[in-house]
Design a protein around this ligand. Structure first.
Ligand SMILES: C[S@@+](CC[C@H](N)C(=O)[O-])C[C@H]1O[C@@H](n2cnc3c(N)ncnc32)[C@H](O)[C@@H]1O
Length: 252
């Protein structure tokens, strides 16, 4: 199939999967709703819930995992370059939040060995099962699977050197609560690497609510309570921002 019709097929298939296989959205908790705004008129690809002016996107259902595994992804997202830019070292503990079928986890695990590990977190057990099958098949032993909740990845305090989120933060139903746990889980000097499709670039062929501007991401991740510094934005990937946030030294 030529590239253009194949692209259209992917879009049509993803649309069908989005419509028919939405993961369960957890009940809204009254105590946390004041941080969020709900609007009746909204983008059909969003859930009608807004955080700091941004509409939250639908979670990508597990039947669409095939899209995460598409062969053209390397050219479109330069995953090898992305993994290199993360500056991984043996011994590091990395959390891949919203790991999906584990495309990034599988690339990172050998780079933190020996002595290090990747904690792959997702809210869909079906995604973790796909990853478990890969781990068994390829005999990878330094990956832990963790079933998270919509409002917490349940990471232990000060246990992680690097948190990676690729194409996931924009679909967190509770971004504030997720950041609460994630920032507490960072070791001193630990980093968050946030990868999102560039909203500023209209040529990036992704639905609007599945993209984020650098300005919006920096706004959300540098609220004073997170104690994070925006240390760098690396725009070397064809379609995505790679934004690095570093835990600041704790106040004496
Ligand atoms: C678009 S996929 C990206 C998967 C993977 N990062 C990749 O790039 O191949 C987004 C994933 O994030 C997961 N997700 C959504 N909200 C989550 C949350 N609050 N905690 C953990 N995972 C979440 C979804 O279940 C889905 O598997």
């Amino acid at each position: 199939m030529s590239p253009a019709p194949r692209g259209l097929c992917w879009i049509a298939m993803l649309f069908l999967l989005q419509v028919h296989f939405q993961p369960r959205i957890s009940a809204q908790e009254p105590a946390t709703n004041s941080r969020y705004e709900f609007r009746e008129e909204h983008d059909p690809n969003g859930i009608g819930k807004f955080y700091l002016g941004r509409e939250i996107a639908h979670v990508m259902g597990h039947p669409a995992a095939i899209w995460l595994e598409r062969p053209e992804r390397e050219a479109e997202e330069r995953l090898t370059l992305l993994t290199r830019l993360l500056d991984l070292k043996p011994g590091m503990v990395v959390a891949d939040i919203g790991a999906g079928s584990g495309v990034l986890t599988m690339r990172m695990a050998p780079k933190v060995a020996p002595g290090g590990k990747v904690i792959a977190v997702d809210i869909q057990p079906e995604m973790l099962l796909l990853l478990q099958n890969k781990l068994s098949r390829e005999k990878v032993s330094n990956v832990e699977l963790l079933l998270g909740e919509a409002n917490s990845p349940k990471l232990e305090r000060e246990s992680v050197d690097l948190i990676l989120m690729v194409d996931v933060y924009h679909e967190f139903e509770f971004p504030y609560e997720m950041l609460q746990n994630m920032t507490q889980s960072l070791k001193p000097g630990g980093r968050i690497a946030l990868v999102e499709y560039r909203l500023e670039d209209p040529r990036v062929p992704i639905k609007l609510v599945h993209k984020m501007s650098e300005k919006q991401a920096v706004r959300e991740l540098t609220l004073p309570e997170w104690n994070l510094e925006h240390t760098e934005t690396i725009d070397k990937l064809p379609r995505q921002h790679l934004m690095i946030f570093t835990r600041k030294p704790s106040q004496p």
